[in-house]
Design a protein around this ligand. Structure first.
Ligand SMILES: Cc1cc2nc3c(=O)[nH]c(=O)nc-3n(C[C@H](O)[C@H](O)[C@H](O)COP(=O)(O)O)c2cc1C
Length: 160
């Protein structure tokens, strides 16, 4: 059984996925600091972090304090198995990793972050029209549909 969700979020997309999963699985969701107070090293947990320049934020701060059995990465790009594999490799993840599409909320970013997002938007050549529009103006892709796969995996492997 999975005990809780730990998350790191800057502009709330990841927080909203943490809340959604928490409601579906009927388990609590914690920031990293809260998790240190509430969870032991043995408790099986899910970690969700947002992607910043290819890195899953918060992952390195977990250290050996938690028993993460599933990871979720929240990013702006559309899902692709290539992207998922890249993320798994560059973030040294040896457990199942799920991609949850977040979005971009320019209203919550400072000038430096806006510049980095614009640069990130140029790193991948093939982009659909919606993705181009998102990098231009911002967009919210958070949806219940995006957690279906992770929920199915949990249902099969952990009976909560
Ligand atoms: C500075 C910065 C760098 C980012 N780098 C990436 C990236 O490399 N890949 C990606 O898919 N999304 C990237 N994004 C988009 C975020 O991952 C996306 O906005 C996510 O939904 C943020 O989650 P949050 O709202 O929980 O903070 C970046 C966003 C910012 C602000």
């Amino acid at each position: 059984m999975i005990k809780a969700i730990i998350y790191e979020s800057k502009t709330s997309h990841t927080l909203r996925y943490a809340k959604m999963l928490s409601e579906k699985l009927k388990i609590p969701y914690y920031t990293l600091n809260e998790a240190l107070e509430h969870l032991t090293k043995e408790d099986k947990t899910i970690f969700l972090g947002w992607i910043c320049a290819g890195k899953i934020k918060g992952k390195t701060k977990l250290k050996d304090n938690f028993n993460i059995v599933i990871y979720g990465a929240v990013g702006a790009y559309p899902f692709s198995s290539n992207y998922l594999n890249e993320l798994k490799k560059s973030n040294q993840i040896d457990k199942p990793l799920f991609y949850l599409r977040g979005g971009i909320d320019y209203s919550k970013l400072n000038i430096f972050q806006k510049i980095i997002v614009k640069l990130v938007g140029k790193t991948r050549k093939q982009k659909d029209a919606t993705t181009k529009e998102m990098f231009h103006k911002g967009y919210d892709f958070v949806s219940e549909k995006n957690i279906e796969e992770i929920l199915k995996y949990i249902q099969i492997n952990y009976s909560n």
